[in-house]
Design a binder for this molecule. Structure first.
Ligand SMILES: Cc1cc2nc3c(=O)[nH]c(=O)nc-3n(C[C@H](O)[C@H](O)[C@H](O)COP(=O)(O)OP(=O)(O)OC[C@H]3O[C@@H](n4cnc5c(N)ncnc54)[C@H](O)[C@@H]3O)c2cc1C
Length: 483
């Protein structure tokens, strides 16, 4: 019966899984079953109600707008009429706070910004020439050393953090220069970024794609037997003959193929057992990519004590401890009268605060704000701390290309293994880490599967060439970071 023995099971209903399923469906492979662990579609694009308004816990910006090509997510956002606001990052020199309070002199801060900009252009040239000359990859930090521009003062560190960690979620010493400078997202789609603030949520772009192939009820909600929510996949059995997928609640589903769209963080854990285990080359590739952690903390106040208006959206706190509540945004434009601030943490700071109480985090934030604005400011009345890293269905936020990971390894991350196909933002070579990366990856992975189903071109040569490499077996006992 339909739904029980589909051609393809898609695991996960985030942007990439939905996009893959839609592509399969449009190619005539309509016998699909989507199994999603949570009670909703959208994955890492997720709105929530906070103090009377809807805010985004996950993806917030459409990144790469107003360039030579049109970002497909921007097209959807416009069709839906999603409310979004262009973010202006260029005035940051007027908004850098000292550790013990007060602003840095603007011309002093501007010198640091200009020097960082000069370094950025230098590093993009180095990156291109590395590629052209077939030289090995280097980190952003190595490029800083080459230029004698390793940040050392609090303001240099803060502005470096604002540029790199706020984009990649990881510090420059970990990030591949070759694969991030220049970033194809901005080179192809334009330098502008638009902050989505709409009560329907950024996730409505995922609904938009889903409604193009799944059936809806009279209220416009998706009601289709091909989408099953609250189905946590725990086992995937695969062989040349087909696929059996098992879920935590005892469900057993058979198919000819499976498309796995969970985050690479999930694939680095043992939530899903593959039977037989994935080959060593695949595990090694999956384990080498990074999933960054990026925490957007929303805080509500009884009234505003910060500046608003042109050029004030972003501000930076330059603490000696790098990444300590560095990146701030005031949301008066997006949420007028709501008195909201957004502060972003990443990496180790994110993991640290995921493991402490929200009231502890709130008191750290109040101390930082008193340093910046003085002792007279009011106490925050509400705080929202998302926990993507601790969540077994995500284990982080967006992928980052670590220094040294070769293109060859990258291809292995997305390569199918027998009848098991892979998609997700981490499989997009150009746009990994972004919503548009997830969307375009879904189309790509579906097209390889379509070639297999329809043209019997399965496991193309590209995917096979590296499979006989001798690589170490994955440690079963994983090292878990403790703080
Ligand atoms: C805090 C944060 C901020 C971000 N900011 C931006 C931004 O501003 N702009 C931007 O472009 N991108 C941003 N991103 C990245 C963007 O959200 C992702 O790249 C994209 O949404 C990933 O889509 P995906 O389909 O690859 O993965 P996911 O959205 O993770 O979808 C995978 C789905 O699989 C499900 N799943 C997991 N395990 C199982 C299982 N065992 N069984 C069944 N289902 C399972 C999950 O619940 C999920 O729904 C951000 C992400 C985060 C978290």
């Amino acid at each position: 019966s339909r739904g029980l023995s589909p051609t393809v099971i898609v695991i996960g209903a985030g942007m990439s899984g939905i996009s893959a399923a839609k592509t399969l469906s449009e190619a005539g492979i309509k016998d699909i079953l989507i199994l999603e662990a949570t009670h909703r579609i959208g994955g890492r694009i997720k709105k929530t109600k906070f103090s009377g308004v809807f805010v985004e816990m996950g993806a917030n910006w459409v990144e790469g707008v107003n360039g030579k090509e049109v970002n497909p997510i921007w097209t959807m956002a416009n069709e839906i009429g999603l409310k979004s606001y262009r973010s202006e990052l260029r005035n940051i020199a007027s908004n850098v706070y000292k550790q013990s309070g007060g602003l840095y002199n603007e011309s002093e801060a501007q010198k640091v910004v200009d020097s960082a900009e000069e370094f950025f252009n230098f590093s993009a040239n180095v990156s291109v020439s590395l590629l052209r000359n077939g030289v090995e990859d280097i980190s952003i930090l190595t490029a800083e050393r080459l230029r004698h521009k390793v940040p050392s003062t609090p303001i240099e560190k803060a502005l470096e953090y604002f540029r790199y960690d706020s984009q990649q979620g990881e510090p420059p010493r970990l990030t591949s220069l070759r694969n991030t400078a220049p970033l194809p997202t901005f080179a192809d789609f334009g330098d502008d970024i638009y902050f989505v603030a709409d009560s329907r949520g950024y996730e409505s772009v995922v609904h938009y794609v889903a409604k193009e192939f799944l059936t809806t009820n009279k209220a416009g909600e998706i009601k289709d037997p091909r989408l099953m929510l609250n189905k946590v996949v725990t086992e995937i059995h695969y062989s040349g003959k087909g696929i059996i997928v098992k879920s935590e609640d005892g469900g057993v589903y058979k198919a000819e193929y499976v498309m796995v769209s969970t985050s690479i963080g999930v694939l680095q854990t043992d939530l899903i057992s593959f039977v037989p285990p994935l080959p060593d080359w695949k595990l090694l590739a999956l384990d080498q990519f990074d999933l960054s952690v990026y925490t957007k903390i929303f805080i509500k106040f009884p009234y505003k004590f910060w500046s608003t208006g042109n050029g004030t959206e972003f501000f930076v706190y330059a603490h000696e401890r790098r990444g300590y509540y560095t990146n701030w945004q005031q949301l008066e434009n997006e949420y007028p009268g709501a008195n909201l601030l957004l502060v972003t943490l990443t990496d180790d700071e994110s993991r640290r605060i995921e493991q402490q109480s929200d009231s502890k985090t709130k008191s750290e934030i109040m101390e930082v704000l008193r340093n910046m604005f003085g002792d007279d400011i009011p106490e925050a009345t509400d705080i929202l701390v998302p926990r993507w890293w601790s969540d077994r269905f995500y284990k982080g936020c967006f992928s980052n290309w670590p220094v040294g990971l070769t293109r060859h390894r990258f291809n292995q991350i997305k390569s199918p293994v027998d009848r098991v196909y892979f998609t997700g933002e981490h499989t997009s070579e150009k746009y990994f880490g972004y919503v548009h990366g997830a969307y375009l990856a879904g189309i790509d992975s579906a097209n390889s599967l379509i070639n297999c189903v329809k043209k019997k071109v399965c496991n193309p040569k590209d995917d096979q060439v590296f499979q006989d490499e001798n690589v170490p077996v994955r440690e079963e006992q994983r090292m878990v970071a403790t703080y």
